[in-house]
Structure formats: structure tokens, C-alpha cells
Design a protein around this ligand. Structure first.
Ligand code: NAI
Length: 264
């Protein structure tokens, strides 16, 4: 196993938001098996605590805590708890997010605000709380979970796309501000990944199980690698961006999308 701890002999500490489910859970698991101390943070506190307990039982170092990424005090408390735990924060993954479906004529202002609050403001608050500590790390890294819809237009996701577009711009902007100060900032832009988020999106559209399965199949038809992606396939790239293996990369938005964006 390659260790992340190339720049220091000490174990690095990572915070992952949205760690109780889907992509965030896979990232936390992958970081833990790589040898990092992992703070699993989620609005679903029970899910975060359960994941940390499972990781600890498997011999890893993990802490499960509650966070509401739209609440500045809650995000500050998350960073403070991580520091209290290991005395350092080397990596943070701002991954917590929600899907808000609909074109601009069908969504309400409340739905627009919800997407922007959780996906964009949540990423901003997470970044701002951890950056002072990433600056103190020998090799601080910040990774955002953006989306392919933050990079290209796709029907029916006005608020979600705008929120992920903000994450893409924030990634580049923070990378510019912190590149010379030793903190690298990158993002992963997943295509369709089977998780509770994407499944609930299609459940809501389908009248029954058969239509649900049919909608899932239709998604596959758009992908050159003709299947859904898995959370593990995203976690692998996030690990790369978080580690010294990507040491000359910053400001990059990496699509992990079965060829969707490039092979049309
Ligand atoms: P998921 O629904 O399985 O997991 C999201 C997690 O975020 C949940 O555990 C939830 O409790 C947590 N969360 C939601 N709001 C929160 C808040 N306000 N504060 C703290 N935690 C909160 O979703 P999934 O699919 O794992 O998504 C993770 C990220 O990946 C999101 O940012 C999503 O937009 C992004 N993404 C997902 C894609 C997919 O196809 N599943 C594709 C592209 C991007």
C-alpha cells in the first residue's frame, strides 16, 4: 500500500463532509484504508458515527461527527473538533450536497436557495473553516465534489447546475489564491453515480419499479462506458487529488464520467 504520508512521518488527518452516504462514504473509507485519520462529518450524525465506528472496528482511525454545512458555527465546530482530535487538518473534501431537479420555470425560489445554500455556500463555509489549518499542514489539500453539470449544460437542473458551477469557479479561485502558499485545491466532477441521491431522483420521476429500472437504463445509454459509475471510482480520484501523487496539480476540475463529456 502506498502511504499518503510522503511529506511527513506523521499520520495525516482528513475531513470528509457528506460522509454518511454514497460518494462521501466511499471517500472516507478509501482515505482510512490509505492510512489517514478520517473525520466523517454529515447532517446524518448517526450515519457518520456508524461509519466511523465500522472503520475503527476494522483497525482504522476515524471520528464521526454531525455537521450542517450551511451553518457557519456548525462548520467551525467540525474543524475545531478535528483539531482537538489529532491536532491537525491536512485534507478536506467538501462533498456534502443535494440534488434539486427542474428547469428554471418549474423550480421555486426556495428550491433555488436550497441548492445554492447547501452545494455552494456549504462548500464555501467548509473551505473557509479548514483553510487556516491546511496552511499549517506540510501538504494541505482541498478537494470539492463538483459535477459534470457544473461544466456543461444539461436539461432540467437549473439550480443544481448553477450551484455546481459556483463550486467549479470557487475551486479555481481558491487554487489561485493559495497555490504559492502550499495548499492545493482541485475538484472532481462525477457523472452519473449510483447513490441514494441519484436513485431518489429517478424514484421521484417513476410511477413504479419497472419505470424506475427503465429510467436507470436510459441514463446508461448516454455514457460511452455504458454503465453507471460507482462511488469507489470517484473516491480513487479524490484520493489522488488529496495525496502527494498529484503534487503539481492545482485548480483542476477532473471529470470522472465514463467518457460523457469528451466522447460525444
Ligand atoms: P448522497 O445523498 O448519497 O450523500 C450526500 C450526503 O450529504 C448525505 O449523507 C447527506 O446527509 C449529506 N448532506 C446533505 N446535506 C447536508 C448538509 N446540509 N450538511 C451536511 N451534510 C449534508 O449523495 P451522493 O450522490 O453521494 O453525492 C455526494 C456529492 O456528489 C454531492 O455533492 C453531489 O452533488 C455530488 N454528485 C453526485 C452525483 C451522482 O450521480 N450521485 C453526480 C455528480 C455529483
Amino acid at each position: 500500500m502506498t502511504s499518503l504520508n510522503d511529506a511527513t512521518s506523521d499520520q495525516r488527518t482528513a475531513i470528509v463532509t457528506g460522509a454518511a452516504s454514497g460518494i462521501g462514504r466511499a471517500i472516507a473509507q478509501r482515505f482510512a484504508t490509505e492510512g489517514m485519520a478520517v473525520v466523517c462529518a454529515d447532517l446524518n450524525a448517526a450515519g457518520a458515527v456508524k461509519l466511523a465506528a465500522d472503520l475503527s472496528a476494522a483497525g482504522h482511525r476515524a471520528l464521526g461527527i454531525a455537521v450542517e454545512v450551511t451553518d457557519e458555527a456548525s462548520v467551525a465546530a467540525m474543524a475545531a473538533r478535528a483539531l482537538e482530535w489529532t491536532g491537525r487538518i491536512d485534507t478536506a473534501v467538501a462533498n456534502a450536497g443535494v440534488m434539486v431537479e427542474g428547469d428554471i420555470l418549474s423550480i421555486s425560489l426556495a428550491e433555488w436557495n436550497r441548492a445554492l445554500q447547501i452545494n455552494a455556500t456549504g462548500a464555501f463555509l467548509t473551505a473557509r473553516a479548514v483553510l487556516p489549518h491546511l496552511l499549517a499542514s506540510p501538504a494541505g489539500t482541498l478537494v470539492f465534489t463538483a459535477s459534470t453539470v457544473g461544466l456543461v449544460g444539461m436539461k432540467g437542473t437549473a439550480a443544481y447546475s448553477a450551484s455546481k458551477g459556483a463550486v467549479v469557479a470557487l475551486t479555481r479561485q481558491l487554487a489561485a489564491d493559495f497555490a504559492s502558499r502550499g495548499v492545493r485545491v482541485n475538484a472532481v466532477a462525477p457523472g452519473a453515480i449510483r447513490t441514494p441521491l441519484s436513485e431518489s431522483q429517478f424514484r421521484a420521476r417513476a410511477a413504479d419499479d419497472a419505470e424506475f429500472e427503465s429510467l436507470l437504463q436510459q441514463v446508461i445509454g448516454r455514457y460511452p462506458i455504458s454503465r453507471w459509475g460507482t462511488p469507489k471510482e470517484i473516491a480513487e480520484i479524490v484520493l489522488f487529488l488529496a495525496s502527494d501523487r498529484s503534487s503539481w496539480m492545482t485548480g483542476q476540475i477532473i471529470p470522472v464520467d465514463g467518457g460523457l463529456l469528451e466522447l460525444r
